[in-house]
Design a protein around this ligand. Structure first.
Ligand code: KG4
Ligand code: ZN
Length: 341
């Protein structure tokens, strides 16, 4: 089954063609039109500008995705589109394009939850992952741990109580003028710093064994330390590098620690990393090391399948279509929608 995937939930317009096969699916094309140039000078995503750029990009991008897959619209058997969660104006652009194509061609339409897309990116890339597994989704808007019993059978074990991990990377990078988007900037800069220079930590909750996260405190701790150093006029390049490295170290230790705790508590057979922050090199390396130590297989998708993409949406959509699910043409955008609750 050949499915066109469309993703426009935030600041990346994406289109992909995936050939679904129950044993092994193939990504035939996977394109992204990034909007970083539009939002960089504001230091964050401006929703109105994001929707406008999606409108400009969506049709040419879909045409390019079909062309690079060497397919025509006639070859497409279903259209999958992200309909939740995300920026409403941005989501609506993708949904409208998907509806138009599905209606014109008389093929099925399926709405896909963006988080479910991230959670299944590893299965798309690596094939069957031993069940049950622990999935850690770390993105700009979410930081959640799931117990995955099967496709579509998810149980949320914990989530952030305040900022998402990606949000904390972006906010710290903005504070330190490291550029936008903040995550990749911190990833690069941390290489030059000392991870032990400062002791930042994330809180322990009163309900000791909670698998929830909290990242707003560490962001504030970085801010206070930076301001203090500014006041005494001794902010050096080394100081910034050390702060960034120490901050990243603490966030990564928390993410990996909780993911592995979940693996042990729930006797999971594997651990999976997903979402934009999963592109972080230290996080990828550390999760693999800790999983190896516990003799648990880890599945960490390629960078292009960690950050927002439409291949993961096409894949989840194809699986749902195969199960006989369809969305109606009243499919709507939903700003907030969790999975596994
Ligand atoms: O999944 P994603 O592409 O979009 C959302 O669904 O939010 O995640 C975006 C987040 C941003 O916060 C970005 O700074 C972060 O992923 N990110 C990274 C890295 N690459 C992207 N964070 C840390 N290290 C990276 N290399
Ligand atoms: Zn995402």
């Amino acid at each position: 089954m050949i499915v066109l995937g469309i993703e426009s939930s935030c600041d990346e317009t994406a289109a992909a063609v995936v050939e679904f096969d129950s044993s092994r699916s193939e990504i035939i094309s996977n394109l992204i039109a990034t909007q970083h140039d539009v939002h960089a000078r504001f230091g964050g995503v401006v929703p109105e500008l994001a929707s406008r750029r999606h409108i400009e990009n969506i049709s040419p991008l879909i045409k390019c995705a079909l062309k690079s897959a060497q397919k025509s619209l006639e070859d497409i058997e279903g259209v999958a589109v992200t309909n939740a969660p995300g920026l409403l104006g941005s989501l609506l652009v993708g949904i409208s394009a998907a509806k138009g194509l599905a209606y014109a061609r008389g093929i099925p339409l399926i709405g896909v939850n963006h988080l479910e897309g991230h959670l299944n990116a590893a299965t798309l890339e690596f094939g069957g992952i031993p069940l049950p597994y622990i999935g850690l989704v770390v993105s700009g808007g979410h930081t959640s741990l799931y117990l995955v019993n099967d496709f579509g059978n998810y149980r949320m074990l914990g989530a952030t109580r305040d900022d998402a991990a990606g949000e904390s990377f972006d906010k710290v990078a903005k504070l330190l003028n490291l550029g936008y988007p903040g995550g990749p900037a911190i990833d690069r800069r941390a290489e030059t710093g000392d991870t032990k220079a400062f002791k930042f930590s994330t809180p322990k909750f009163s309900d000791g064994d909670s698998l929830d996260f909290s990242f707003s405190g560490i962001k504030t701790a970085v801010m206070l330390k930076y301001r203090k150093e500014m006041e005494i006029g001794s902010v050096s390049e080394n100081f910034i590098s050390d702060m960034v490295a120490s901050f990243q170290e603490s966030v990564v230790a928390t993410l990996v620690g909780k993911a592995m705790e979940a693996v042990h508590v729930h006797k999971a057979k594997a651990v999976v990393l997903a979402g934009g922050v999963a592109a972080n090199r230290t996080l990828r390396k550390r999760l693999k090391e800790k999983a190896d130590e516990s003799l648990i297989p880890s599945f960490i998708p390629s960078m292009s399948l960690c950050t927002d993409n439409a291949a993961m949406i096409a894949y989840v959509g194809a699986r749902r279509l195969r199960q006989g699910e369809r969305s109606s043409f009243t499919l709507n955008a939903i700003a907030n929608q969790e999975i596994g609750i």
